[in-house]
Design a protein around this ligand. Structure first.
Ligand code: NAG
Ligand code: NAG
Ligand code: NAG
Ligand code: NAG
Ligand code: NAG
Length: 306
């Protein structure tokens, strides 16, 4: 009997220690706790929850995703057992059917977090960033996979060398607009790092992208493309491009494609280096796009004239 008890005790203790060894419990932000669990382990984690100091003297009842526990879970400070991916929204109330007091969202992140399923992996990664100039504002976007279209962004963090960059989430949850205050003329020393924390039910994934602004500056589509004298094309610098244009020069790529084709089509008549078209085919489309002459960053989208 004594041996049996000892074995049970050992099993309990080793269970408890492997619990704390392999799973990190971290607070991501107010009311959000993240369990980092190893892949392929049937994890069981005890998580302490507190309703809050303000409700110290209240009889507190807990619910998970709106459902009461059976048997009821009561007390300002409690422990809940979270199995595998079964996190959720734990709320505390004044009575079983009473007033809502506070909540803690428990999310599960795999460790390592390298089998992501929530965002599409497109050309260049999960997150795509772009800026119209060097003034410091940039936009990043992503796309949820079809099966995780319900996923919602929990937090977006952007920083450059310990300095936080403020960002605002787009209303549709598929992008952020960030504003980094900096001087256009200064050489960038450090990369911007952007992390998107997104969840689908209780599963949390973190996606990080890091870049220099100069790598993502893409001139806007060239405006006011028109033809004069029958064969000379003219256009303007984008309104959003840096001034003076002599300092922030653009270079252009120009091509002609057959009528009815898009400027992205490979089916081109010719690539030309000046703005005068000397051939006289029946019909063609004139295409032009721009990139920063010095950094040779991303090309603008094509502008076209038929
Ligand atoms: C609600 O819970 C959070 C922790 O999840 C705690 O920081 C906060 O103080 C609580 N609010 C109150 C009013 O006690
Ligand atoms: C959790 O539940 C509380 C109370 O209903 C609600 O205010 C909060 O937005 C919920 N959190 C999430 C992430 O669903
Ligand atoms: C994820 O990381 C683990 C441990 O570093 C590695 O064994 C596994 O191959 C990685 N999986 C993928 C899909 O990259
Ligand atoms: C989301 O909103 C942004 C800005 O309002 C827009 O540019 C983008 O196309 C939208 N994305 C989707 C997937 O609807
Ligand atoms: C423009 O380029 C074409 C060939 O690409 C050349 O024949 C023509 O002389 C050039 N025109 C000018 C004005 O430089």
């Amino acid at each position: 009997m004594r041996t049996f008890l000892f074995m049970v005790l050992c099993a309990v203790l080793s269970g408890a220690s492997s619990d704390s060894q392999q799973t990190d419990i971290e607070t991501l932000m107010d009311n959000v706790v993240v369990l980092k669990v190893p892949v392929f382990m049937g994890s069981m984690v005890h998580v302490p929850l507190t309703c809050g100091g303000a409700f110290q003297n209240e009889a507190v009842f807990w619910k998970k995703n709106g459902q009461a526990f059976d048997p009821p879970l009561m007390g300002n400070q409690v422990q809940v057992l979270v199995e595998e991916m079964k996190g959720g929204n734990y709320t505390c109330h004044l009575s079983p059917s009473g007033e809502y007091l506070n909540h803690t969202m428990i999310l599960i992140q795999l460790n390592p977090d390298n089998r992501t399923v929530i965002l599409e992996n497109g050309e260049g990664g999960h997150i795509h960033c772009s800026a119209p100039n060097y003034k410091g504002s940039f936009h990043c976007r992503w796309r949820r996979t079809q099966r995780r279209s319900d996923a919602s962004v929990v937090l977006v963090k952007a920083e450059r060398y310990m300095e936080d960059i403020p960002c605002e989430l787009d209303a549709n949850g598929s992008g952020v607009e960030c504003q980094n205050t900096l001087c256009s003329y200064k050489e960038e020393q450090h990369r911007i790092s952007l992390t998107v924390y997104i969840r689908s039910h209780a599963r949390l994934e973190a996606y990080t992208k890091s870049f220099y602004l100069r790598e993502i500056v893409r001139p806007a589509k060239l405006p006011n493309l028109h033809i004069i004298d029958g064969n000379v094309f003219k256009w303007d610098y984008p309104e959003s491009w840096e001034k003076p244009c002599t300092f922030f020069g653009l270079q252009f790529e120009i091509k002609l494609v057959h009528s009815g084709h898009s400027c992205n089509s490979e089916n081109q008549i010719m690539v030309i280096t000046n703005y005068t078209v000397s051939i006289q085919p029946k019909k063609y489309i004139f295409c032009v796009r721009a990139q920063d002459k010095f950094t040779r960053g991303p090309w603008s989208h094509w502008s076209q004239c038929t």
